[in-house]
Write a protein that binds this ligand. Structure first.
Ligand code: HEM
Length: 384
């Protein structure tokens, strides 16, 4: 994503950003593959077309076109490389994200969630869910997996919260982040430990120092913001649909509910970062070579050609082949971690909170053009 990337005009108000679904429906029906003159890119809205763009890496390449590097400063790795190089890079970290390995983290993630809930509930039932619960949990969890020391938590919080502001001086923050992670890589080269940082620090032959630093920063950033909003969107939807009590009482399954929420309100509007390598025909429309393509996953997840009754939130939906985690070679590396975190937060909240109520403040969408969610999620958590 380039920093000056804008929303299409049709989503240029807070109301439409909170409810882009009527616009998606119009686009799926009338202009499923279209060129936007203002943003200089192609937009794709139907499920099958989005899936094709994300999986056909030979024609829709990720090379040099990363969503994770808005200023071209991080020199990202993995997300902006095509197979076969991509698969080698992914192999370096893959096993850390396998469900079997992650399951061992369950008790420590649960204690992080409990600690955040203790703090959030100490001053009464009014909680800003994103900043008081989901963001600290996801930041501390990815930090733990990387091997960052918990006593540095203020540093990671600063990095992550600055990324969320409109005015953030991103260049300065990226500079500080680079410095911080470069120091850690140096340290791990001299004192390797049993953590992800050490695995990456050890890749001296295959990755330059700059790339190793970028790899860590990319995992840190990718590893929390999306999950913060994914869980926030899930709680927002459960409250709105009156389904919190059903979740609390085990009448609906935690895993399936989170999955359906990822279909219904994923934390991304779209995945961009693709460029055509040759002229390609997509659903009857010819896209020339060298063009940027944006895949509207949030629209694909509501395509009636793929999902029955797609506008309905249905936690019993099965199968649920949503595209919230993407598809193809770049399918989200952290999907098992995000699902685990969602499950543990659901479990901890329903263990401790009898009912939830959405605050009365007007809902404001998250700033920025990529994350679909709320800027703040004020809720009343009535303790059990
Ligand atoms: C619910 C939360 C999450 C959602 C919805 C999500 C979504 C996505 C999507 C759509 C992609 C594909 C991007 C593309 O095709 O260009 C992706 C890639 C990626 N995600 Fe996630 N993500 C989530 C959580 C996480 C977490 C917790 C991590 C942990 C580090 C993570 C790490 C990554 C990485 C490293 C990639 C790039 C994979 C590659 O290029 O091979 N994500 N994610």
């Amino acid at each position: 994503m380039e920093l000056d990337e804008r929303f299409p005009d049709s989503l240029d108000t807070p109301e439409r950003r909170l409810d882009p679904f009527p616009w998606y429906e119009t686009m799926r029906e009338n202009e499923p593959v279209r060129y936007d003159e203002d943003r200089h890119c192609w937009d794709v809205f139907r499920y099958d077309d989005v899936k094709r763009v994300l999986t056909d890496h030979e024609r829709f390449s990720s090379a040099g076109a990363s969503d994770f590097d808005p200023m071209g400063m991080l020199a990202t790795t993995l997300v902006d490389v095509d197979p076969p190089e991509h698969d080698q890079l992914r192999g370096i970290v893959d096993e850390y994200f396998e469900p079997g390995n992650l399951r061992k983290l369950r008790p420590s993630i649960r204690s992080i969630v409990d600690e955040q809930l203790d703090r959030a509930l100490a001053d009464g039932p009014d909680v800003e869910v994103l900043s008081e619960v989901t963001a600290p949990v996801t930041v501390l969890t990815i930090s733990r997996l990387l091997g960052l020391s918990p006593d540095q938590r203020d540093v990671f919080r600063k990095f992550s919260s600055s990324m969320n502001t409109d005015e953030a001086d991103l260049a300065k923050i990226f500079g500080l982040m680079r410095e911080y992670f470069e120091g850690l890589i140096q340290d791990r080269r001299q004192n390797p430990q049993e953590d992800l940082l050490s695995v990456i620090a050890d890749q001296e032959v295959s990755l330059s120092e700059e790339k190793r630093t970028s790899f860590c920063i990319m995992l840190f950033l990718a590893g929390h913001e999306t999950t913060t909003h994914a869980v926030g969107n899930a709680l927002w939807t459960l409250e709105e649909e009156g389904l919190y009590e059903a979740l609390r009482d085990g009448e609906i399954d935690r895993e399936q509910t989170f999955d359906e929420s990822l279909r219904y309100r994923p934390p991304f509007y779209s995945v961009s970062g693709r460029r055509t390598t040759e002229e390609v025909e997509l659903n009857g429309t010819v896209i020339p070579a060298g063009e940027r393509v944006t895949s509207w996953v949030t629209s694909a997840n509501r395509d009636p050609r793929k999902f029955d009754d797609p506008e309905q939130f249905n936690p019993d939906r099965r199968p649920n082949p949503h595209l919230a985690f993407g598809s193809g070679p770049h399918y989200c590396l952290g999907a098992p971690l995000a699902k685990l975190e969602g499950d543990i937060i659901f479990k901890a909240v329903t263990d401790r909170v009898e009912t939830i109520e959405l605050g009365t403040d007007k809902l404001v969408p998250n700033p920025g053009t990529t994350r679909f969610g709320l800027k703040r999620l004020p809720m009343r958590f009535n303790a059990r």
